[in-house]
Ligand binder design. Structure first.
Ligand code: UD1
Ligand code: UDP
Length: 376
């Protein structure tokens, strides 16, 4: 299993230090503001990359774009079935935690690296802090939902992005003292980089059309079954009859979309996965976004770009109640071209920003981690 992320540095975390576990694309975006806020406090910390994502465009580009410190180690676990990947993660992480004796392990989001780290740390008696705790889709067919539930039960500190998430944790019996509503670190990263998202410059560099819909799809429920992929391709081609579609393709769906002829439409522009700054520039300049990404639902809410989420549910309902998000189920796919046209034509509506999505989540998390405050 290969890894293309930055080469490890030599330092070893001291006992008592914070050890951040990152492994997959969305983790890097969430970790950056927490690492920066701890850095500002002079906290001892290090970053451990599991190697779950390893292509330069899925991993190293985020360290460059976001100024994240070079990981102290890269486990290089790579891809596999859930059991293969989670087992490799656990074996590698157990060795690292035993040698490094971190004071607290900080995990992010809901990927396999997250749950593996939480499980290993809990068994070794190392406190776990979970950033982005309490999100629930109530859809146990999603691997992420399994990961979220297990991680939250094992976490000593649960950092929630929304009041709904706090409610879910309470309903599952997580003691209230463990839970902190802190806002959304992914939005910290977005707001901190707003000046860098330059759609015009991206257009000049890549020849983007003047008006377009940005698309991303990678959820197993959408990209793993050929019948579903064929239906999605038909829907995207119909959208492209009316407006150009620009889609950076996640490696998970690459082969299936190619086999189904996604790129065969002259107004469908397929790209490699983009680095963070280029991708958000693409989203920001889009007339609308078609996605199944968790993070993109949140980013479009703040950017004010209409978002059509090709899923039957979302663990981020605040992006619907406060933001620009609308769910589109598989049964509604034939309506997608009309929904895109309508979203693209609508003037931006008055929206409320979700509570505490103000660019200060990393600060709040660091202040709890460092024992500066008890609650928010
Ligand atoms: C993972 C997360 C998902 C998250 C997504 C973000 C789990 C269970 N899933 O899904 O929650 O939304 O990351 O992008 O943790 N691959 C490459 N190069 C890479 C990485 C992956 O080619 O750098 C390909 C491999 O064929 C691999 C497939 O993508 O089998 C899936 O990768 P994996 O990490 O298992 O899950 P994702 O679908 O990326
Ligand atoms: N993203 C990116 N390049 C892309 C697609 C997404 O930088 O080509 C960013 C996106 O802006 C967000 C994060 O990656 O910050 C979301 O990751 P992804 O969609 O892979 O995972 P999810 O959020 O669904 O778990």
């Amino acid at each position: 299993m290969s890894t293309g992320s930055p080469a490890p540095a030599a330092d070893v975390a001291a006992p008592g230090a914070f050890l951040h576990i990152v492994g997959a694309r969305p983790n890097f975006v969430k970790a950056a503001p927490v690492v920066a806020a701890l850095e500002r406090r002079g906290a001892e910390q290090s970053v451990l990359h599991t190697g779950q994502h390893y292509d330069d465009r899925m991993s190293a580009v985020f360290f460059r774009d976001l100024g994240l410190p070079r990981p102290d180690a890269d486990l290089g676990v790579g891809s596999g079935t859930h059991a293969e990947q989670t087992a490799a993660l656990m074996v590698g992480l157990e060795k690292e935690f035993t040698e490094r004796r971190p004071g607290t392990v900080v995990v992010y989001g809901d990927v396999n690296s997250t749950v593996a780290a939480a499980l290993v740390a809990a068994k070794l008696g190392v406190p776990v802090a979970h950033v982005e705790a309490g999100l629930r889709s109530f859809d146990m067919t999603m691997p992420e939902e399994v990961n979220r539930r297990v991680t939250d039960q094992l976490s000593d500190l649960c950092f929630a992005t929304s009041p709904e998430a706090v409610g879910h944790l309470a309903a599952e019996g997580v003691p209230v003292g463990r839970v902190h509503l802190v806002g959304n670190p992914m939005i910290d990263t977005l707001l901190a980089n707003l000046d860098r998202f330059d759609t015009g410059a991206l257009r000049e560099r890549t020849g983007l059309p003047e008006s377009y819909v940005a698309a991303t799809l990678h959820r197993p429920a959408n990209v793993d079954r050929p019948e579903t992929v064929a239906r999605l391709v038909a829907a995207v081609h119909e959208v492209a009859d009316g407006i150009d579609v620009v889609m950076p393709v996640h490696p998970r769906g690459r082969a299936a979309f190619a086999a189904a002829g996604l790129g065969d439409h002259p107004r469908v522009h397929l790209l490699e996965p983009l680095g963070y700054i280029d991708f958000v520039a693409l989203v920001r300049g889009g007339s609308a976004v078609v996605t199944d990404s968790g993070g993109v639902q949140e980013e479009t809410t703040i950017l004010g770009v209409p978002c059509l989420t090709l899923r039957p549910n979302t663990e981020r309902p605040v992006t619907i109640t406060h933001g620009t998000n609308r769910l589109v189920s598989e049964a509604e796919l034939p309506e997608l071209p009309g929904l895109v046209a309508k979203a693209a034509a609508e003037a931006p509506a008055e929206r409320a920003v979700p509570p505490l999505w103000d660019g200060r989540a990393g600060e709040r998390i660091a202040s709890v981690l460092c024992g500066e405050v008890g609650d928010h």
